[in-house]
Write a protein that binds this ligand. Sequence first.
Ligand code: NAD
Length: 428
Amino acid sequence: MPTRRSQDTDAGDALFETAVEQFDAAADLIGLDDKIRTILRSPKNEIIVSFPVEMDDGTLRMFRGYRVQHSDILGPFKGGLRFSPDVDLGEVKALAMWMTWKTSLANVPFGGAKGGIAFNPREHSDGELQRIVRRFTHALGSNIGPEHDIPAPDIGSNAQAMVWMMDTYLNAGGMGDRQNTRRVVTGKTIETGGSVGRDKATGQGAAFVLAHHFEQINRDLRGTTAAIQGFGNVGEHCARAMARMGVTMTHVADHTGAIMNGHGIDPERLWEHTSRHGGVAGFGDADEIDVEEFFSADVDILVPAAIENQITEERAPNVKASVVVEGANGPTSVRGEEILIDRGIEILPDVLANAGGVTVSYFEWLQNKMSARWRLAQVDDELRRYLWEAADQIEEEKKRLACSRREAAYAVALNRIGTVFAQRGIWP
Ligand code: NAD
C-alpha cells in the first residue's frame, strides 16, 4: 500500500524545535541582532510536491517530496536529499537550518537547504527508483538550479540518484545551457562530472576532524578503538579513514543490528558483507550484540553516523568513549549532550564533523564551473585545510566565550552570517 504521510509529525516538529533551541542559545551567546534572529528562525521557502509514479506492475502511486530552503544569504541554497519513510516537513526544516550553519562554518559560498522523499528506497526496483527521482526533479522544476539550489545525496540516496536528477534537469532546460548546468547537483559519479574524493568526503572529513582534535590534546590516535553506528556512506568511509590512521573499529551498528569483535572488524570485509546482505547482521567475523550494549561499548571513540536522536538522556550516562564524533546530523539530544559534557566527554559536533561532504561538494561545483578536474591529493589537502581552519576557529571561540564546542561552532557560523546581513541590509 502507498505510504502517504501527513506533512507534519511530532518527531519532525520536535527535531525542528531542537534546532531552533540550539540556534536561540547560540544567538543569545553572541548577542545576535533581533531582526536577523527573527529571519533565521524560519526557513525562507518550504516546498512540498506530490507526484504520481508508475510502478513495475502497472499501478500508479503518489509520492510526497520536500525541499526546504532555509537561507541563501551566503550563496545558493545547498543540502542533501533524504529518501526514507520517516521524512517529513519538521525533520527537513531542522536539517535545512543545520545546513545554513554548516556551510557558513565551513566557509563555503553556499546557504542551507534540505529535501527528501517519504518512501523506502529498499522496497523499489532500479526502474521504479529512477522514475521516482526523475519525477521528483521534474516536480521541483526551477526551484532547483546551479546558481539557486544544489541538492546532494543523504540517507537513502546516492550518486546514481544525483545523476538521474542532473540528467532530468539538463534535458528539461535549454540546449545552450546544457553543459554548464551539470553542477545543479553534487555527489555525482566521477564519469558524469563528480569529484574524486566526494564519495568518501564526509567520513574522511570526520576522521580529519578527529585527528586534529587528538593532535591538540597531545594524544596518539594509533592504537585507539572505535564504535560506529551506521555503515552507509558516512560510517563506512569514516571507518576506512580511521583505519588508515591506526584506529581499530571494534563495534558497528546499523538498522539490521549491532556486532562486536574486540580484535577489530575489517572495514573492507564488512563492506563486502553489507553490500551483499544490506546490513551488518549476519557478519561472520563478529558477535551479535544488542543496541544498548553498542552504546555502552568500552571504546575510545564513538561515531554516530546513522540517524538523529541516538545519544539520548537514557544512553548518555552509559557512554564509555572519551570522544563522540558526530558523523550524522543531530545524533545527540539536547539533554544527552548536557550529560556527556558533565561527564567530561568531548563532542565534535555535526556541523564540523560532517562538513566534509558539503566542502567537497563545493569543490565539485567549482570544478564543474571551471570545466576542471582536481586530483585526489588536491581534494584531500583542501578538505583538510578547510576543516582544520573551522576547527581552530571553534576552539578559539570556545575559549573566548567559555561555552560548549557546539555553541562555539554556531557562534563562528552566526557571526559570519550576521556580518553579511549587517553589510547587505534587510530590504525592502
Ligand atoms: P546512508 O543511507 O548511506 O547510510 C545510513 C546508515 O544508517 C546505514 O548503515 C543504515 O543501516 C543506518 N541506519 C538507518 N536507520 C537506522 C536505525 N534506525 N538505527 C541504526 N542505524 C540506522 O546515509 P549516509 O549518507 O551515510 O548518512 C548518515 C548520516 O550522515 C545522516 O545523518 C546524514 O544526514 C549525515 N550526513 C551525510 C552526508 C553525506 O555526504 N552522505 C553529509 C553530511 C551528513
